[in-house]
Design a protein. Sequence first.
Length: 746
Amino acid sequence: MTRKRTLTEKAFNLQYMKKYGSLMAQGNGYLGMRAAHEEAYTEQTRGMYIAGIYNKAGAAESSDLVNLPDVAGMRIKIDGTVFSLLDGEILYYTRQLDLSTGELRREILWKNREGARFHLLFQRFASKSDLHVIAAKVTITSLDKTAEVEVATGIDAQQTNFGKQHLTEEAVRVLDDRLMLGVYETTESGHKVAIAAIAEGSQEAERSFGAKNRQLLQTVKTLIDSGKPYEFEKITVLYTSLDRDLEGMGPEEASVQKAGQTAALGYNALLAASVGKWQAFWQQKQISISSAKPFDQFALDFALYHLEIMTPAHDERFSIGAKGLTGEGYKGHVFWDSEIFILPFHLFTEPETARKLLRYRYLKLEQAKDKAAWNGYEGALFPWESALSGHEETPEFAAINIRTGTRQKVASPIAEHHIVADIAYAAVQYYEHTQDEAFMAKEGVALLKETALFWISRTTEENGRLSLKDIIGPDEYTEHVDNNAFTNYMAHFNVKQALAFMARFGQEDEGFKRRAEDFLSRLYLPEANKEGLIPQDDTFLGLPQIDLEKYKKKQGSQGILLDYSRQEVNGMQILKQADVVMLLYLFPNLVSPETAIRNLEYYEAHTIHDSSLSKAIHAIVAARCNKPEMAYRFFQEACLIDLGMNPSSSDEGLHSAALGALWLTTVFGFANVSFEEDALKLDPKLPEAWTELVFPLMHRGRRLEIRLTHENIRVVKHSGPELCVKAAGQEFLLTDQLEIKAVSAQ
Ligand code: BGC
């Protein structure tokens, strides 16, 4: 099934340059590459990153995902003039990222100052079939005259992370008068990065090499006839000392060897191999929507493409950054975004990847235990922000207040502890849908037990009741509160599951059991009050309220912090993002439907949605609460977080969690998939505008395809054992295929 999935930029626009650099980023989970133009513009941010390659620029700094030497840049001179779209005249411009194939193409018809016209086609991709390979091709056609073309390109180590330099140049070489090799080492973490590049044109050319100021460049110069395309290909190969597929070689040798082999194949053959992998991806994981608004389909395709390229599925030592591998925002750090917002996409389409994401946490359990101990707790306290080492990576201070010159400490690593239970939740969810006994008996139980121990030691006793004090819940506009409902319920779930799974896998521990049972019976779980509201924390509902209209109009900008200090915001009923609503999303049966609606409406009215993690969660809860218009509106707004017109929304990279949440909304909101033991429950809440929704779902070894319309539910089982399906108030046994007449919510 071939469907066009193309992200198009129709005009050259300096204002959107950084944003498109993120939107059109390419990658394969091993590496990510921003869509910077080949030629230089001061407005653009070049960026290339390899999962796991972090470095600290100074002793007091936290790790940055290192911006590696650039290989995309090319300085093209035509008849002695540097090609730039800021010069001459643009007669035609279009840039397209084909999400189906991963290829980026830019086509330009350009007239130079002398009036001669040139057609330029730029193509490039990061290979999905060989994760170490990037290929680029430029085709230049002179339309009016014979012209002299010069192309200079190579490996440019002048890149920095917002000005911070992370690499020492170990060696630069040219081998066989052809292959450029740059070897670098990160200054603090000591990772080696080797980059080998071969660039060749389609006709005889004068060729020279030079290395200066951290740039290793090859320049080719040739005369091109009018009307005859000149093709120039560049193949780049990257290896690092972290790689596990070096086959006994060092990164240097591996990159040199592979560059020779791949350059011999050429751009088109390499692309075809990569496209094959992309086709398999779409065939296996695509979601198809028939909607009156075709943008819905596009937004989901965009989300799936990026979910795929942001995930280092090749190596369990790494996880997914808040901006994936598309930019340096949040320094490439890993948050709860990974387990709660992104992992389910993998769990229900390729469970093996979800397992690796959980293994990432398991491998860092010792560091989490250290953090707990340093803070006076037992068990494991996972870092709020994590990178390669597993230690806390949250920067100590927030942005400087330029009026006072002071910096405020970031409170999340000290108090945003729900990350601990989020990881436990994901481990249980993984087991529920895979029944992976081996994982649960070892990694799962270890994660659950250590996280549970943390919560048990984190409580404060007051009149016989246990509280969790001085907490930050998901809503970061209310800091240092007591009994954040989300955190308390999640902690309770965490300890309860630890107890259950330890017993199930014969790993009981009497001392732990006693303490866990005491915790479970005495931890305060805030229930709905007389007004039907679950208090977000002990004080929230008593705080003053202000009109948030002005800030809601500019949601995402954190504009409220320009008018009020953090302390002032903290003292009012203002939410940055879903908190009680987040709780309702993760525990759909916690309260009655009426109470859920009451809480959704109350808390939404007080939420600015300044976090990109907020809207889609509201969409899911609204859909389940039979509020289709509200659900669809939030979904549509969530689709615009990166894809909207705001030119600066995504300068420092895309919002990974928000992209994962679009998948969540479709499957857990609109399709309203849930599970009861081994049974699959479907109670679709399709938006009015959608006539059909088709998606794949893996559950306990079964590969399913679910097709929903407003009238029908169709479930096809491609493999795996029989399944009980609950829909339209009845139970069915699914052997191969099932068609159920169902009335949707509307
Ligand atoms: C949100 C967090 C999120 C982080 C990274 C923050 O603005 O409040 O919930 O984990 O961004 O996406």
